[in-house]
Ligand binder design. Sequence first.
Ligand SMILES: [Zn+2]
Length: 284
Amino acid sequence: MRKIFSLFLLVAALLLAGGEVFSQAFPPATRAEKRVARMQQATKNVSEPDEYRLGRAVAARVLATTPLVQDPQLQLYVNEVGQTVARKSSRPRTFRGYHFAVLESAEPNAFAAPGGTILITRGLLKLCANEDELAAALAHEVAHVAHRDGINAIAKSRWAGVVAERRVAAAKERGGKAAEMATLYEGSINDVFKSIATNGYGRTAEWAADQEALRTLKRAGYNPAALATLLTKMVEQEKTEKRGIYRTHPPTALRLAKVKMQIKDLQPETQQKVRDQRFKDQKI
Ligand SMILES: [Zn+2]
């Protein structure tokens, strides 16, 4: 487990070195986004470093049971696409930046840990026919981070306790070791982990993530329609596959119907051929 996490950190460090994060703010545009903005207001007392530490622990829990794909080139590629998307999201910057990693699992799934650690399975990658569809899957996860859906999944009473406890511990230990501090977050980690692995964030949060994904794709130069083509394949897969992303998300056919209604207003993209070739070059 330690070895796997080290590799994960290495991938993350590589990305940090390569990816420059630009700050770009976009005002809330839809009703769903306004609702999200209100939720963000409610959890604004959860600091960015708190969110980062919590997210790191949640990601570690996922990695404890599912290993990373041992292919640095693929990890780097997915990161490059992810960073491109994240920069154009409504939250282009987080405390320690966005990190993306591919999990060695046939189950189609993706996880967005608070603070910007995003994990996608090989099973979901295999469903993607091109880079735009990969970008669509990642943009949906980035939106969960941007909307702080993970943080919002934590019971408010619990979080208040964690913050108080941490202050006491920090005073005692003058900063303390990260591993010791992490134990204080256990209840919150459980809340977030349950949401991303079993319960999901709920329909409103999922519609909002799809809507933001469409706008993010357009801003990043990807084809927003890629979300619809990916969801179309997922509708088929969902008929026989009930695990992974289908367990935590609303029926894919409903997601697809909503997405299709939104796509009409969005313009087509550019540079499709270059991205198609880049995607084909990867060993997925
Ligand atoms: Zn989602």
